[in-house]
Design a protein around this ligand. Structure first.
Ligand code: SF4
Length: 337
């Protein structure tokens, strides 16, 4: 398929990135292609870091040919022969028996696709941190300007896509694309990764997969840590965004149990580069540890820290704590923070 034709089909399909930002793929392609740099790279982000989210692992296990095909198509579009796959190292170990033979075939055709294995972490999937890691630097975010992708790796621009996006690109090229996405469903009787239409409502997905809870529940949608918290009624209208997850909690889950999960995640995953996130997440974790199960949550102390992290954190990881905490307080407890 000619490159312009593929680009038009990608635009027509309305393809957006599946790493969480949902940026239109055709615009990203055009932007990187228009740069005059003598060399460019394609990078596949295979570094899922949110709690319990494993849809990229599922795709790598079940559709490795499509992922590599999408990677090669992006390389052809840019006119480059070099690419990296930034792997969560556990994912690489789990899929190398399928991925390595495919990369050998690529090499025989003149494409050099290198594997970079990283320690599993949330920050390892952030664009600047990921590119720094490939360059051998500390896995920490870069300034937003110039865009980390433009500065790229070793000074050359990067077209970065996550696993699911490359899978979608391959399906567009093969004429088999459907507007679907994958999500990990957790906290239900049939936990696992499912594929469904992008417009399907969360509650309908739960029913279709025989996972609609028989108990009163609330749900976190779009990320095992950073996703929004919704009531079961709100789930009737909501669609899945973010990095693709649906996690069910019994309404009997205490605030301490729920916040423990969130605060421990952020304290563990903060890379330490900026004070609001580094100190804020540590303070939240300590504060909650001092609250006994069943005691009242001290929202008047928690709220200002969340606000500072949301407004002043250096990268999206620190900022993203606000959504689950604020939506939990508002939708489940009826408290505005
Ligand atoms: S918000 Fe700051 S400390 Fe947190 S991960 Fe980003 S750069 Fe690191």
């Amino acid at each position: 398929m000619y490159q312009d034709e593929l680009l038009a089909k990608i635009e027509e399909a309305g393809l957006v990135g599946r790493g969480g930002a949902a940026f239109p793929v055709h615009l990203k392609w055009q932007r990187i292609k228009s740069l005059k740099n003598p060399k460019k790279y394609v990078v596949c982000n295979a570094s899922e870091g949110e709690i319990g989210v494993e849809k990229d692992l599922y795709i790598l296990k079940n559709y490795p040919e499509e992922v590599i095909r999408g990677l090669l198509l992006a390389m052809d579009f840019l006119g480059t022969k070099e690419a990296y796959i930034n792997f969560n190292k556990d994912y690489y170990q789990a899929t190398k028996n399928k991925i390595d033979p495919l990369l050998d075939l690529c090499r025989k055709k003149g494409y050099l696709v290198s594997i970079f294995q990283e320690e599993p972490s949330y920050i390892g999937g952030e664009t600047g941190a990921l590119l720094n890691a490939i360059e051998g630097k500390k896995t920490q975010p870069r300034p937003e300007s110039p865009s980390p992708s433009l500065k790229g790796i070793f000074g050359y621009p990067v077209l970065l896509h996550n696993v699911e996006t490359l899978y979608d690109i391959a399906r567009v090229s093969m004429g088999t694309f459907k507007a679907t996405r994958f999500s990990t469903i957790l906290g239900v009787r049939n936990e696992g990764v499912y594929q469904f239409g992008i417009k399907q409502k969360v509650a309908d997905i739960l029913r279709e997969t025989n996972n609609y809870p028989e108990f009163p529940f609330f749900v976190q949608v779009g990320g095992g840590a950073s996703g929004e918290i919704l009531t079961s009624d709100q789930a009737e209208q909501a669609v899945v965004g973010g990095c693709g997850s649906i996690e069910i909690y019994k309404t009997s889950t205490s605030s301490k149990q729920f916040l423990d999960k969130i605060f421990n995640f952020y304290a563990k995953e903060s890379c330490g580069k900026c004070t609001p996130c580094r100190d804020g997440s540590w303070q939240l974790q300590q504060m909650l540890a001092e609250i006994e199960e069943g005691s009242e949550i001290t929202w008047q102390k928690i709220a200002p820290i969340i606000k500072v992290m949301e407004k002043s954190s250096y990268c999206g990881l620190g900022k993203s704590i606000a959504l689950p905490v604020k939506s939990y307080a508002k939708n489940i407890l009826g408290i505005e923070i």
